[in-house]
Design a protein around this ligand. Structure first.
Ligand SMILES: CCC(=O)OC[C@H](C)CC[C@H]1O[C@H]2C[C@H]3[C@@H]4CC=C5C[C@@H](O)CC[C@]5(C)[C@H]4CC[C@]3(C)[C@H]2[C@@H]1C
Length: 431
């Protein structure tokens, strides 16, 4: 029997009609459940550690002319490398479940305080990149928000960010707006990049073969002024191919107002090949230089310690019984084991309410950007300003003053930030 005709899928499709915005309220049939928690999705930001760290090595060598034009040329080369890293994350972010489990799946909904940690040892390139480690923490449960940080100390590269989603249906397409952003900093170059997250939607629900397609626009704003504007489209859009994108890099946001000012243009498929050319033309014509091939190198998985060495708050230990039940397609056991975890969480929230305490985030702090003294000097406000983007808690990549923007009040200006000191002092959870 095809999944699409199974009674549980048709009742799932019917439940869409009364969707209230909370995905956990939908009766997702067991075969669509993933045994992985959303905290593990933070890994997708660095499955090509060499591409994440490469921009760090694009700099003026001692003795090279440090003329204005040489510096600008270097900055553009670095921005192209940062854009290549970002595009290289998309296949992992949005196709890896289809590739490993046949369709997109519904991830386990992390509980408050759930953590996922691991590391990449340098296998990917002849350079000795040293260790890159991942910290991922469910910093909020209502609404669900995941904080993450990817750190390579040897090369002073830190990627930190957080992610939340808002969802709604239009007929049987699930639409998703992402909240949050990432800050990528290269300590040796004293350069930071603000990375926004594209909207997406899930197609194929009607045929029980869901997959992600990216929409709209996302931005990469560099502290040196350069900005990459990336537009996404799928099958049936202007280029007709699935997973298509067009990226243009401009000197600054002002010149990004017209595509003729593009310094370079990049186009193709983020899950396949893409090409680059100078200026604003379309680089898909023959002879243009290959920019990236997402199928060329397999993603490098994270090394995660065995479950028996994990702390009870660590994802794979906490969800082991549920994950095993999902793998065994044992529907009653899934429900039983999930209920145990949900009841434990309810108990903890009840005790916190009685004691008038609340859960303390482990490695991330909520930072209020309304009071400048409260905001760290992480350039977030200046980068958002340079890109003419809202610095509020609005869909990622919202243009300042647009209909999705909000006036800046304390509630709207809180963002999750890594507190590395808390990780340095961590005694219970090891990589
Ligand atoms: C509840 C409805 C249902 O079960 O439908 C089943 C279908 C699989 C569709 C719903 C789920 O689809 C999943 C796709 C998930 C996103 C995939 C990638 C990312 C990027 C990452 O950096 C942050 C998280 C994000 C946005 C995932 C968020 C959760 C999504 C939308 C899952 C849907 C519940």
């Amino acid at each position: 029997m095809s999944m699409a005709s199974s009674s549980s899928w048709t009742s799932f499709l019917k439940s869409i009609a009364s969707f209230n915005g909370d995905l956990s309220s939908l009766t997702a049939p067991p075969f669509i459940l993933s045994p992985y928690s959303l905290t593990e999705y933070s890994e997708y930001w660095a499955e090509h550690p060499d591409l994440l760290i490469a921009p760090n090595f694009i700099c003026l060598e001692p003795g090279m002319t440090s003329s204005e034009s040489a510096r600008t040329a270097m900055e553009l080369k670095r921005m192209i490398a940062v854009t290549r890293w970002f595009i290289s994350t998309l296949r992992s972010q949005y196709c890896s479940r289809n590739e490993s489990m046949g369709t997109e799946k519904k991830p386990l909904n992390p509980f408050l305080g759930e953590v996922f940690v691991g590391k990449w040892d340098d296998k990917s390139s002849e350079k000795n990149l040293g260790e890159t480690f991942l910290l991922s923490e469910q910093v909020s449960h209502h609404p669900p928000e995941t904080g993450y940080a990817i750190v390579n100390k040897k090369n002073k590269v830190t990627l930190q960010g957080y992610n939340g989603i808002r969802t709604w249906f239009s007929t049987t397409t699930l639409n998703i707006k992402q909240y949050g952003h990432a800050l990528l900093s290269y300590g040796e170059l004293d350069e930071t990049y603000l990375v926004t997250l594209p909207p997406l939607h899930i197609e194929g629900l009607i045929t029980a073969s869901p997959f992600v397609e990216l929409d709209g626009t996302s931005y990469i704003q560099a502290s040196n002024g350069l900005i990459a504007v990336i537009e996404y489209s799928g099958r049936g859009y202007f280029s007709g191919k699935k997973n298509s994108f067009k990226a243009r890099i401009f000197r600054d946001q002002l010149s990004a107002q017209s595509k003729e000012n593009a310094l370079v243009s990049i186009a193709g498929q983020w899950s396949g090949k893409s090409y680059i050319c100078k200026g604003y033309g379309s680089p898909l014509s023959k002879g243009d230089q290959l920019f990236h091939d997402a199928q060329w190198k397999q993603a490098e998985g994270l090394t995660v310690k065995p479950i028996e060495e994990q702390h009870p708050l660590e994802t794979r230990k906490a969800w082991k019984k549920v994950a095993d039940a999902i793998k065994a397609a044992d529907y009653d056991l899934i429900a039983k084991e999930k209920t145990i975890i949900e009841n434990q969480q309810r108990e903890m929230r009840k005790k916190e309410a009685e004691n008038e305490t609340k859960w303390e985030q482990r490695w991330f702090d909520p930072v209020d950007y309304t009071s400048l003294e409260g905001a760290p000097d992480d350039r977030f406000l200046s980068l958002a300003d340079m890109a003419n983007l809202s610095s509020g808690n609005v869909p990622s990549g919202t243009t300042k003053g647009s209909k999705y923007d909000v006036p800046s009040t304390t509630e709207n200006m809180k963002h999750w930030r890594l507190n590395l000191e808390k990780w340095e002092k961590e005694t219970e959870i090891k990589l």
